[in-house]
Design a protein around this ligand. Structure first.
Ligand code: V47
Length: 393
């Protein structure tokens, strides 16, 4: 089937790493892979062949993580050269009221519960206006599934953002919110996407995917849409011409097989639509959640998820190292484990900070650039759909 959406990777054509750099790296990895017993997988990665589930599992199982990282870095260099992307963005979590009771979430509040809030469209517009002096190109807007908001509310908050800052790209609503919005609208997904686009929606973030395995769904987020439905909505979003991202929440009760199954299902949908721009592996933050007895993933595990996803998702343009969630040192290190995007300047993030994240609420463009340069990479500011923003002279 031909791709429904123009692949983003083509936007970067001409920026691949110099062949000498790749050849040098490959020679180093040849020796490393041989010592690590990963030679067969490395040969296939180098030849650009697709990894099987068994090979994916072997990458999760091996103790030779630096070799896995070096192979993933090779893939990122082959795709993007030394360039690492970031954007100047703003987050708005328009409500924390949610009736889905996901056991891993510290952000949700029930209606009437202390700390529960829902912004009006005017308040959403005000959040945008407060930062008009900053060179923001994107608003990332996601929230809980509020049981009482009408369909018109979702259109109104998009319009309020656009009225306050017409040039901004709105990346909003996970597949979970879209499911709720469609229920309220009582219209087909294509109709709903057309109306959301008309009101200002530009693309969709990748949240709410968690782990696609039904077993995990039924145990820790059973009131929310399941994997099949998440994928169906993503497919329709891509068909409507909207790029999306994709995520995987790891480090709770999932098995390694379930992680590979999750990545495999994303890879299959990407083959069909080419609508995913970036993949983000989300490290479980247990603090203030019902699952706080689970220790949070270690740095080793975080780097492994970045690297394995880069190797397994051979058709995804980018793997993001989301600094808010990984912490700055680990996010920086992940740039040498296959990540090619650090996400954005952010500001006022709630979902991870409610669950114990100790990272700052925002970074300046200069700080992000310094982190990227220090890792030996070239910082490139992008817009949401990965068009390069040339620095102002
Ligand atoms: O959907 C919730 C996850 C997601 C916790 O698309 C948790 O560019 C860990 O999807 N510990 C929201 N994870 C964040 C998200 C995202 C972030 C950055 C960039 C993009 C993008 C998307 O966070 C939720 C859920 O999967 N989550 N609670 C927690 N305690």
């Amino acid at each position: 089937m031909s791709p429904l959406v123009q692949p983003v990777a083509t936007l970067h054509a001409g920026h691949v790493a110099a062949p000498e750099l790749l050849a040098r790296r490959a020679r180093l990895i040849d020796r490393q892979a041989q010592r690590a017993g990963l030679q067969r997988i490395w040969e296939r990665v180098r030849a650009g062949e697709r990894l099987t589930p068994e090979e994916g599992l072997a990458l999760y199982a091996t103790r030779e993580l630096p070799t896995v990282g070096a192979m993933a870095e090779y893939v990122a260099l082959r795709r993007h050269g030394r360039r690492v992307f970031f954007n100047v963005n703003q987050h708005i979590n328009y409500t924390n009221i949610c009736n889905k009771l996901c056991r891993f979430c510290a952000f949700q509040r029930l209606p009437g519960q202390e700390g529960a809030y829902a912004m009006t469209p005017e308040e959403v517009g005000q959040k945008i206006r407060e930062r008009l002096h900053e060179p923001i190109t994107e608003v990332h807007m996601v929230a809980g599934v509020h049981p009482k908001l009408p369909y018109s509310y979702y259109l109104d908050i998009l319009r309020a953002v656009k009225a306050a800052r017409p040039s901004i790209h709105i990346k909003a609503f996970t597949m979970v919110e879209i499911h709720q919005i469609q229920k309220l609208a009582r219209k087909s997904l294509p109709e709903v996407f057309a109306e959301l686009k008309e009101a200002g929606l530009g693309s969709l973030p990748g949240g709410g995917a968690e782990i696609f395995a039904q077993r995990v769904h039924d145990e820790i987020f059973k009131l929310k849409i399941d994997g099949e439905r998440w994928l169906e909505i993503a497919r329709e979003a891509h068909r409507a011409g909207l790029f999306t991202n994709a995520t995987m929440l790891y480090g709770h009760i999932e098995t390694l097989e379930e992680r590979i199954d999750h990545l495999g299902r994303l890879r299959a949908l990407q083959d069909e639509t080419n609508g995913f721009q970036a993949f983000i592996a989300l490290s479980f933050h247990p603090k203030n959640t019902e699952m706080d007895y689970i220790p949070e993933p270690t740095g080793w595990e975080d780097l492994r998820n970045v690297a394995v996803s880069r190797l397994y998702l051979d058709n995804f343009p980018h793997v993001k190292s989301y600094w808010i969630m990984l912490g700055l040192p680990m996010a920086q290190l992940a740039l040498t484990y296959g990540a090619s995007d650090l996400d954005g300047t952010v500001s006022e993030e709630r979902i991870y900070h409610d669950a114990g994240a100790l990272t700052p609420q925002a970074l300046s463009r200069a700080q992000l650039e310094r982190f990227i340069r220090d890792a030996g990479r070239e910082p490139v500011e992008r817009d949401t759909i990965y068009r390069v923003i040339e620095p102002a002279s």
